[in-house]
Design a protein around this ligand. Structure first.
Ligand code: PLP
Ligand code: COI
Length: 341
C-alpha cells in the first residue's frame, strides 16, 4: 500500500481530510445498512436535534501500522460497547456493535494510504459519531439519526510529544454527580471549552477536574483519565461514577498487573494525596500516556520527582508496553488487536 506524501513526523492533532467516510441513517425505527461516501459535508435541517439540543455523541480510536507492516486497530469492540451505552443514556438508538466494528474496518481499509507508517510517530485517528438529524423544537429526543465515521492522521495530542506537561486544577466542574460524565456526549466537551481556553490562556496544557460535589477528589482531565504511581511502584487510577471509563486506562491497568507484575489500585483518589505520588500521567486514545510534570493549584504547586524533561520510570514502562502492543512489537492479550485485511 503506497502511503500519502505527508510529513508524518510534523503533523499535530488536527483534521486532515481523507478519502472515504462511513454514513448510515436511522429512520422509521431502524438503522439502514449504510456505506462509504466521499462527501465530507453534511446538510441538515435548521431545527435538527443536534443543532438545538446537542443530541450528539462520539468515540475515538486509532489504527496503527505494525512493525511487520500490518494495519491494525486497538480494541474497537470496547468503543462499540461504550457508544452503545452512551446512546442509551442520551435516548438515541444504539448503532449495532458488530456493524460499528465492520464500519471502522471499512473506513480504515478505504483510507489505508493515510495510516501513518510504522515508526513515524503518527497514527490514524478514527472518529465514530452520531447525532439527531430531524427537526426537534420541543425538548425531546429526535426520531431520525445519522451515524458516521471519519478518519484523520494525527500526531501527538500535546505539543512536545512525550515531554511532561504542566496542568492546573480547574475552578470549573466537568461533570455533575448522577450526570453525563461517564458517557462520551458532545455536551461534556462543549461545557469544558471555557475551562480549557482559560487554562491555555494561563499557560497550562490541561485541567485537572475535581469531583463537583466535594471538590476533594481527583476526577479526570477534559480528554483523558489520570494514572498515578506511588513511591513504592503501585499504579493508582481514580474511580468515580462521573468520569469516562477510558479504554486506554483499562488496558494499562491490565498490562501493569498481568504483564509487568505491578500492583494496581482503582479507587477514589483525594487531591490531598496527589503530592505524595512519585509519577503522574494522562491516558487516553489521543493522549496515549502523556506525563504530567507539574500541577499548579490555588495554594501552590506539586512538582513530580521525574521533573519536566522525561517521563518517570514506571510511566515509561507502561508507555513502552502499551505502545509495543499497539504497534505489534509485543504480544497482545487475546482480542485486543483487530487486523484490517
Ligand atoms: N476521558 C475523557 C473525558 C475523554 O474524552 C477520553 C477520550 O476518549 C478519555 C478519558 C480516554 O478514553 P479512551 O482511553 O477510551 O480514549
Ligand atoms: C480521544 O482520546 O479519543 C478523545 O476523544 C479525547 C479528545 C480530547 C480528543
Amino acid at each position: 500500500m503506497e502511503k500519502k506524501n505527508i510529513d508524518w513526523a510534523s503533523i499535530g492533532f488536527g483534521y486532515v481530510k481523507t478519502d472515504k467516510r462511513f454514513v448510515a441513517n436511522y429512520k422509521n425505527g431502524a438503522w439502514e445498512e449504510g456505506g462509504l461516501t466521499e462527501d465530507e459535508n453534511i446538510v441538515l435541517n435548521e431545527c435538527a436535534g443536534v443543532l438545538q439540543y446537542a443530541q450528539t455523541c462520539f468515540e475515538g480510536l486509532k489504527a496503527y501500522t505494525t512493525e511487520d507492516g500490518r494495519t491494525v486497530c486497538f480494541r474497537p469492540d470496547l468503543n462499540a460497547k461504550r457508544m452503545h451505552d452512551t446512546a442509551l443514556r442520551l435516548e438515541m438508538p444504539p448503532f449495532p456493535e458488530d456493524k460499528f466494528i465492520e464500519a471502522v474496518k471499512a473506513v480504515v481499509k478505504a483510507n489505508e494510504a493515510y495510516v501513518p507508517p510504522y515508526g513515524s510517530g503518527a497514527t490514524l485517528y478514527i472518529r465514530p459519531y452520531m447525532f439527531g438529524s430531524n427537526p426537534v423544537i420541543g425538548v425531546k429526543p429526535a426520531d431520525e439519526y445519522q451515524f458516521r465515521i471519519f478518519a484523520t492522521p494525527v500526531g501527538p495530542y500535546f505539543k512536545g510529544g512525550a515531554k511532561p506537561i504542566t496542568i492546573t486544577v480547574s475552578d470549573f466542574d466537568r461533570a455533575a454527580p448522577h450526570g453525563t460524565g461517564h458517557i462520551k456526549a458532545g455536551l461534556n466537551y462543549a461545557m469544558s471549552l471555557h475551562a480549557i481556553v482559560t487554562a491555555h490562556n494561563n499557560g497550562f496544557a490541561e485541567n485537572m477536574y475535581l469531583d463537583a460535589a466535594t471538590r476533594t477528589k481527583v476526577e479526570e482531565t477534559g480528554g483523558a483519565n489520570f494514572i498515578f504511581v506511588t513511591k513504592d511502584g503501585t499504579v493508582v487510577t481514580p474511580k468515580s461514577d462521573s468520569i469516562l471509563p477510558s479504554i486506554t486506562r483499562r488496558s494499562i491497568m491490565h498490562v501493569a498487573e498481568h504483564v509487568l507484575g505491578l500492583k494496581v489500585e482503582h479507587r477514589e483518589v483525594t487531591f490531598e494525596e496527589v503530592k505524595d505520588f512519585a509519577e503522574c500521567g494522562l491516558c487516553g486514545t489521543a493522549a496515549v500516556i502523556s506525563p504530567v510534570g507539574k500541577i499548579v493549584y490555588k495554594d501552590g504547586e506539586i512538582a513530580f520527582p521525574a521533573g519536566m524533561e522525561e517521563m518517570g520510570p514506571v510511566t515509561k514502562k507502561l508507555y513502552d508496553t502499551l505502545t509495543g502492543i499497539q504497534m505489534g512489537r509485543l504480544e497482545a492479550p487475546e482480542g485486543w488487536i483487530v487486523e484490517i485485511d
